[in-house]
Design a protein around this ligand. Structure first.
Ligand SMILES: Cc1ncc(COP(=O)(O)O)c(C=O)c1O
Length: 419
């Protein structure tokens, strides 16, 4: 996709910090985007500018008023970006903290009894929150088994576990281990058809960077993302809640608005930097549509990102630039199947005769950054049923290139040849 328009790809790459090197290793290919994507230069610059301002919000001076403007603008930006017309958006400590907050509020606020339903595909953030708060609120926590072969979970999988007593349900939008997406809309539709008032909370943290969020069409109650995984910086998470969820009892100062979820002094830098992310999507989408509508440009960017990432994962699997793909290397195992339409920029692999940790080290020495996932409390839910004690996660984003994929394949071939 972008590889056929080198100028655009160069422009895209020029907008990110450390695109092909870092200060510690020097040159390197960055295929560890699921652990934290590259940061936009505009984010780094805005973050520094806002960090220098001593003023607080709500004071009678121009600097203070400007901070409030930045926050309000950012909330409008986030809303357009997520495709959420109504319901509060707010910043918290991290994706994990926000999922705990959303899930605990839903579990404590739903009518008594009944079930909390999540799937075995989910990240421990949702699972731990569901388990802890279900016990506290005397509810059954039910887990829908995901499909080991496809690395995802479907509405059909949820179906036997959803009853009229399903009070709260959680859905993972994309797995950070298998890289496969989940049809949130279909699962939410199924849940609503059986338990219309169920509170549905979605973990969008791995999905966000891969484009296309349409919250208004999902019919859900909560959505969380982590900005460091979508081109902003560390230090905050972002959540949206539906109007009906926004006024469930939750931690807030006495006398504050009923739908206020912000706790304490707000970090204008968090909001300001996320506006830069939305501005970037807007800029990128402008290359694929003439529309004057910001949301249309963001959607166009999402589609283009998806297409480019599919080209990259296809290249990795089936080969590129004369390099054989992973599919042509019999020693390589691929989690979630080969031509899986749910794949979002990520290929999780095993290599016969070498542990995941060792493969990551050898790839690092060859200038390629990846990450080992182990059968621990983060990834055991995916790896243990597959009888694997580890896998190497090769995770890409739309600024990666087919040239980088070809280099990765060349190194893989050399590693296998050296056995
Ligand atoms: C799907 C998913 N959920 C939750 C988290 C936790 O997010 P955070 O690091 O912002 O707490 C991650 C982090 O990788 C993730 O991939």
């Amino acid at each position: 996709m972008f590889d056929t328009n080198k100028n655009l790809l160069n422009e895209i790459r020029d907008r990110f910090c450390h695109v092909d090197h870092d200060d510690q290793q020097g040159s390197r290919i960055f295929f560890e985007n699921a652990g934290g994507a590259l940061t936009l230069k505009s984010v780094a610059e805005r973050s520094a500018i806002l960090a220098a301002i001593p003023d607080n919000q709500g004071r009678d001076n121009q600097a203070s008023k400007e901070l409030v403007n930045i926050i309000n603008q950012s909330k409008a930006d986030i809303r357009v970006f997520l495709g959420a017309a109504e319901g509060p958006v707010f910043v918290g400590e991290s994706g994990t903290e926000l999922l705990f907050r959303l899930i605990s509020v839903a579990i404590l606020g739903a009518p008594e009894g009944g079930d909390v339903v999540g799937s075995t595909l989910e990240h421990p953030a949702s699972v731990s929150a569901c388990e802890r708060w279900s016990k506290i609120a005397n509810r059954n926590f039910v887990r829908v088994p995901h499909n080991d072969e496809t690395g995802t979970v479907t509405a059909e999988d949820y179906k036997p576990f959803i009853t009229k007593d399903t009070r709260v349900a959680t859905i993972l939008h994309t797995s950070p281990v298998t890289g496969m997406s989940v049809d949130v809309e279909a699962i939410a539709k199924l849940i609503r058809s059986v338990s219309p008032d169920c509170f549905i909370i979605v973990d969008g943290i791995q999905h966000a960077a891969h484009g296309q969020m349409h919250i208004d069409s999902y019919d859900i109650d909560g959505y969380a993302i982590s900005p460091y995984k979508i081109f902003s910086r560390h230090g905050y998470g972002i959540a949206w809640v539906s109007e009906r969820m926004s006024t469930l009892p939750h931690d807030r100062l006495i006398g504050s608005p009923e739908d206020n979820w912000e706790l304490g002094t707000r970090d204008t830098g968090s909001y300001g930097t996320f506006s830069e992310v939305v501005n970037y999507f807007d800029w990128l989408g402008g290359h694929f549509t003439d529309s004057n509508d910001r949301r249309a440009r963001i959607e166009a960017a999402g589609k283009a990102i998806h297409k480019h990432e599919k080209d990259l994962t296809d290249a990795m699997l089936h080969g590129v630039d004369g390099q054989p793909g992973l599919v042509d290397m019999p020693e390589v195992g691929i989690i979630g199947g080969i031509d899986n339409p749910c794949r979002e920029g990520l290929v999780a692999i095993t290599l016969e005769g070498m542990s995941a940790v060792d493969l990551v080290s050898v790839l690092r020495e060859a200038g390629i950054r990846t990450h080992a996932r182990k059968a621990d409390h983060f990834s055991g839910n995916i790896l243990i049923p597959l009888n694997l004690d580890g896998c190497v996660r090769v995770s890409m984003c739309h600024y990666n290139t087919e040239g980088e994929v070809a280099q990765f394949l060349k190194v893989m071939q050399e590693i296998i040849a050296a056995f």
